[in-house]
Design a protein around this ligand. Sequence first.
Ligand code: ZN
Ligand code: ZN
Length: 275
Amino acid sequence: MPSDSSAPPLPEPLRVPVADSHTHLDMQDPSVEEALAAAASVGVTTVVQVGCDLERSRWAAETAAAHEAVHAAVALHPNEAPRLPGPELDEALAGIEKLAALPQVLAVGETGLDYFRTGEDGVAAQQRSFREHIAIAKRQDKALVIHDRDAHADVLRILDEEGAPERTVFHCYSGDAEMAELCAAKGYFMSFAGNVTFKNAQPLREALAVAPPELVLVETDAPFLTPMPYRGRPNAPYLVPVTLRAMAATKGMTEDALAGHVAANTARAFGYRAP
Ligand SMILES: [Zn+2]
Ligand SMILES: [Zn+2]
């Protein structure tokens, strides 16, 4: 069967508007204006644009300055940090801190640890970079957005050692129910992406089921992780309603009730006034 790479259709609009708490507009085909218009047409009225290196973080800040509906997060992605030799990493971190001070930049991230793509040799650089990003978030009083892939224990340990910022978001939450309880006890936000709809994602749905509604966010991580039944096709912020509806079913909540929580939570997590 040939794979279908066309854009999935627009879902039915949400009645209660929400934010896509984590997207990469710079990696998607449509223009920023097209992406925002499609999202707004289905009730996704706010997006957090996440930069993964210094240049793309600069782009995120510029895009947020130009669009009311866009807030920026800036960081060196955990897979980026090991590519930079020590002095270059320091220089890039200084650049990130300058961007983090801007008013339209609401978060430092995505930072954290990714043991899936990085071998033993990259771990030290990742951990150093993660600690520095935590410090920047605290100095600039911004939210911290965490990328945690196959590194749950070390991410939680380093957050404890450094002292987590007041507002900490686990993007594309990937832990189990036990970890969700740990995160809830610490007040960490858990942002669920399209993979929560995947057939093999039962442990993730169990985590979502126990996560307090006050700490749950939704995101696309677009262009990645397109929710079912569109897995494999390009993802975009306008597909948030597909994931949110599946999440509401998992939590045994109405779509409107969950959307109300998610809208308020995202505003609280990133520190903007709920639209
Ligand atoms: Zn990530
Ligand atoms: Zn991401």
